[in-house]
Design a protein around this ligand. Structure first.
Ligand code: ADP
Ligand code: F6P
Length: 481
């Protein structure tokens, strides 16, 4: 039995250099936070981009960088500024991301982006081929690396290769608009097992395979000449224990962070005021601007809640070189400014807006102090924040309002599910959440917590790896013929 090699664009840590010293900052995003728990067992090697371009990497620090990454069980792929521009900011985040999240109007089809994406995927594949042996298991992650499975398969026909997509796979009608649609499907089909968060994404993928490549698909198996590829859904879980025990410790240690002091002072100065929390990367798919508008709509529809609720928006900077993200940042700054300007009173600011990444302890402060979590993605592969909020509610109180368009809504039926485009429904749901009796909160969260605890990220990874091993074994005799 060989080792497992995890491969993704983003590593669990991002390196930064300041004054000649190297800092490793934890990465934000579902892939990194989820897989980190799986990887920390120490059995795997994680290969990806360090967060520094070649131009930002002084030659004298190359060795130190390798040592810093090795401490985290990681090895780096070197990428130039130009490659990051075309591969990451370009094809990954100006083509695939908007297209797969149904933002066709933001999708750019640029041949240069595609060419760089192909070249960088080849770089990742070459690195894996160099670092792995035939009996290793390769687990490729996400939309930045969809060509890697086939590129590795060409050189290592017997290796077991799994691929997991952390974002939605769109319906055939959307996917077919991509000029390089066949190449992307063929790239993915280099895997033995392809995993998605939900059955719908799996179904959309199979439909595209059948209609665009004309391949035989039976149930969730795709038949190639010499191999059968399994396609299945594996909804990703969280490290439930980590969140629940951090919240328990937080409740009992009595040492408050600055943020906690501010949250406590809010509670003391305005007893009975409800805190509504939203946490996302600053991304148009997360529906942040619509949520702010819906909050204003709620305050106008139910003015009796003015000075009785506060919305906390924590947005973590993301992909700030992409024009749509810059425009969104401006839009949110203006919206928050306008609404706070119009509605604030001497005692009350309706929205607290933080644009930054926060350490884990502060995330726990926010989760545990908020009466309601309100998450309104317009489209989201999974949304782990929803699961993290529930896991931290040690006394089982708290209300989760969650968009139906998040993959996690499939497993979280006891949450209050909303359509993020329906302001009327959201205003009413906010009222329901604010007035929900504690017994009802406890009853809903008891079900949610049990499910999250049982289907945690470790179970998710084990189920994926188990299915991959079974499929690779089935494929072995065909390949060696
Ligand atoms: P996505 O993968 O699209 O970013 P998810 O909700 O699945 O969305 O995952 C986001 C992850 O990033 C969560 O694990 C969350 O705890 C973390 N996160 C989000 N915002 C912040 C922040 N401001 N600071 C630190 N971590 C954050
Ligand atoms: O979970 C979806 C995802 O796109 C991951 O692939 C990615 O790591 C994360 O969100 C954050 O995005 P980025 O890596 O572009 O910062």
């Amino acid at each position: 039995m060989g080792k497992t090699i995890i491969i993704s664009n983003r590593l669990p840590v991002q390196l930064q250099i300041s004054n000649g010293t190297i800092d490793a900052i934890p990465s934000v995003g579902g892939l990194a936070t989820g897989m980190k728990s799986v990887h920390s067992g120490g059995e795997s090697l994680w290969v990806g981009w360090s967060g520094l371009t070649d131009e930002e990497t002084p030659a004298a620090l190359e060795n130190e960088i390798d040592v810093a990454l090795k401490k985290h069980g990681c090895a780096k792929i070197k990428l130039t500024e130009k490659e990051i521009e075309g591969f990451y900011f370009g094809f990954s985040n100006r083509t695939v991301w908007p297209l797969f999240h149904y933002f066709s109007e933001y999708t750019e089809f640029e041949l240069e982006f595609w060419n760089t994406y192909k070249a960088v995927n080849q770089k990742f594949a070459d690195a894996i081929i160099e670092k792995s042996h035939d009996n290793d298991t390769i687990w490729v992650h996400d939309y930045q690396l969809m060509l890697v499975p086939q590129m590795v398969r060409e050189k290592r026909p017997n290796t077991s290769i799994g691929f997991f997509l952390h974002i939605p796979f769109p319906s055939y009608e959307i996917f077919r608009t991509l000029p390089w649609r066949e190449e992307v499907l063929e790239g993915l089909l280099g895997s033995d097992l392809i995993g998605f968060h939900t059955y719908d994404y799996e179904r959309h993928f199979l439909s595209s395979v059948r209609r665009l490549l004309g391949l035989d698909v039976s149930f969730n198996d795709v038949y190639l000449e010499n191999r059968v590829i399994k396609v299945d859904s594996f909804p990703m879980g969280i490290d439930y224990k980590k969140f629940a025990s951090a919240a328990k410790k937080h409740d009992s240690n009595g040492k408050d962070s600055d943020l906690q002091i501010k949250l406590n002072s809010h509670k003391q100065s305005a007893p009975g005021t409800k805190l509504i929390l939203s946490i996302d990367r600053l991304d148009y798919s997360k529906g942040i601007a619509k949520r702010i508008n819906a909050f204003e709509y709620f305050l106008n529809k139910y003015p009796e809640y003015k000075e009785k609720v506060r919305l906390i928006i924590l947005a973590v900077p993301s992909r700030s070189n992409v024009p749509q993200y810059q425009l969104l940042k401006r839009e949110i700054d203006e919206l928050v400014g306008r609404i706070n300007g119009e509605l604030s009173t001497v005692n009350w600011t309706p929205i607290w807006y933080f644009y930054r990444s926060l350490p884990f302890e502060n995330l726990i402060d926010l989760y545990t102090s908020s009466d309601i979590a309100w998450l309104t993605p317009l489209r989201d592969g999974m949304n782990l924040v929803a699961k993290e909020y529930i896991a931290t509610r040690t006394d089982k109180t708290g209300v989760l309002i969650l968009s139906e368009m998040a993959g996690s809504a499939n497993e979280m039926n006891e949450a209050l599910l909303i359509n993020p485009n329906n302001f009327e429904e959201q205003a009413d749901t906010l009222k329901t959440a604010i007035t929900m009796p504690e017994e009802e909160q406890i009853s809903r969260n008891t079900f949610l917590q049990k499910r999250l605890e049982r289907y945690n990220v470790e179970v998710w990874a084990n189920e994926f790896m188990g299915a991959l091993n079974r499929k690779s074994e089935e494929n072995e005799p065909f390949i060696s013929q």
